[in-house]
Design a binder for this molecule. Structure first.
Ligand code: 8P5
Length: 447
């Protein structure tokens, strides 16, 4: 393999998530999710935006698969809406909801596109939230039972499954800071939600080993922490930040224990966990999905709750519309760090992308997004550098296929390589999509 190439069989794709693109949240017997409730609670989402329509992907999925085909995508990572399958979260199966994903998977396969399915991308059935949601230890069984319904329906056609997407964001956003559904701000709840997410992950992996025949993994966001100085306070703050955001989920899954810093961070709010839980959490997985967006240069900040750490803005850097520093070397470092700390488990970059303002382009049918092209080029080079240093990276999923609902930021931030006019639902591949198509066709040689 020459330096400019990716391995033969490297999997090039893009990613979305159910609530961000599908729309029709209550169609055909689906039950509401916590995001349906959250967006319809005034003041919680920018401009009062909702996922009621989003990219209308629930109805336009054939058109979107055709776009993927035209771009030459080899894979498509998407998530299943739990409450379409089980409207109350448990019990009655809604076969119309299953049929939507059944048809989508068949269409992907007919177009030579491999489906990568995420079982949970933040949209918990509201009925389960009413029963405590991620705070109720029973959720590990609820999640495993839902997962088994999906495995029995799709396994075989779907050969790569992920249990959870970014448990850190679910907990930090949904239970500690409250910016995401279900909007709790409680430092005693956050560790419990985190722990039950990991228990549910383990239970779903166990269920897969009993019914599935292919691969299952976990998707985590990793943001490498670079200390702002050698001042011991900054060094300790950086260690806390790395433990909280990057190791809190990986250490239990790979080592069967939490980082020691968790007790320091949460203090009295950090329970003594039952040791048997870690046997459940530590189920062996077949791959790890890494979502990378940015790094954080980190310093001590006595007022930053609960970490006592904060990010330091970098003077010469480019920042995206979400306020994230563009720092491609951090992706190489992250992939090397995972290999160094947890072994050379097969990795997929399951999300990487950037939100930049796409100016209206005079040329009809074209969307110029040079900053997103640069971001893509630099980060694909970073993946190639990690592979050249021996990391077993097997694929890359660009976030996102479509401009979509950026959670509490509504439609104000556009991550898509394909532009969506939300008034007309017209899709227009951006320059970044055309660039990515060339990268895929050459297996990275054009980089
Ligand atoms: N500070 N800071 N640092 C970056 C922290 C990133 C945490 N957020 C994510 O990773 C979310 C992931 C999500 O899967 C997707 O559903 C979201 O649309 C994208 C874009 O937001 C990313």
């Amino acid at each position: 393999m020459c330096a400019a190439q990716f391995p033969n069989g490297f999997l090039w794709g893009s990613a979305t998530a159910a609530y961000q693109v599908e729309g029709s949240p209550l169609a055909d017997g689906a039950g509401p999710s916590i995001w349906h409730r959250f967006v319809h609670t005034p003041g919680l989402v920018r401009d009062g935006d909702t996922g009621d329509v989003a990219c209308d992907h629930y109805r336009r999925w054939k058109e979107d698969v055709a776009i993927m085909r035209r771009l030459g995508l080899q894979a498509y990572r998407f998530s299943v809406s739990w409450s379409r399958i089980l409207p109350a979260g448990t019990g009655h199966v809604n076969y119309a909801g299953l049929d939507f994903y059944d048809r989508l998977v068949d269409a992907l396969l007919e177009n030579g596109i491999e489906p990568l399915v995420t079982l949970y991308h933040w949209d918990l059935p509201a009925a389960l939230d009413d029963r405590g949601g991620w705070l109720n230890p029973e959720i590990s069984k609820w999640f495993a039972d839902y997962a088994e319904v999906m495995f029995r329906k799709l396994d075989g056609r779907v050969k790569k499954w992920a249990t959870l997407n970014e448990p850190w964001v679910v907990t930090d956003g949904g239970y500690l800071h409250g910016a995401l559904a279900p909007g709790h701000r409680n430092r005693f709840e956050a560790p419990i939600a985190s722990h039950n997410l990991l228990r549910a992950h383990g239970a779903a992996v166990q269920a897969y080993r009993a019914t599935g025949r292919h691969e299952i993994g976990l998707v985590v966001n990793i943001e490498p922490k670079y200390r702002a100085s050698d001042d011991p306070a900054d060094v300790a703050a950086t260690a806390r930040a790395e433990a909280y955001m990057n190791r809190q989920y990986l250490d239990p899954v790979f080592f069967g224990h939490y980082p020691k810093e968790m007790v320091e961070i949460f203090g009295e709010a950090w329970p003594d966990w039952p040791s048997e839980d870690f046997a459940l959490i530590q189920q062996p997985i077949d791959f790890l999905g890494v979502n990378y967006y940015t790094r954080s240069v980190t310093r001590f900040d006595a007022n930053a709750w609960p970490l006592k750490a904060c990010a330091v803005r970098q003077k010469q850097a480019t920042y995206t519309e979400t306020g994230w520093e563009v720092f491609a070397p951090g992706l190489t470092e992250t992939l090397l760090w995972v290999k160094r700390c947890y072994g050379n488990i097969p990795l997929y970059v399951t999300e990487n992308g950037s939100a930049f303002f796409d100016p209206p382009t005079a040329a009809k049918g074209r969307v110029e997004d040079p900053l997103r092209v640069d971001y893509l080029r630099e980060h694909l080079g970073a993946v190639r550098d990690a592979i050249a240093q021996g990391v077993d990276v097997r694929g890359y999923m660009a976030w996102s296929l479509l401009d979509n609902l950026e959670w509490s930021l509504g439609y104000s931030k556009r991550f898509g390589i394909v532009h969506v006019n939300f008034a007309t639902q017209q899709r227009t591949p951006k320059d970044s999509a055309h660039f990515y198509a060339k990268v895929i066709a050459s297996n990275g040689a054009v980089l």
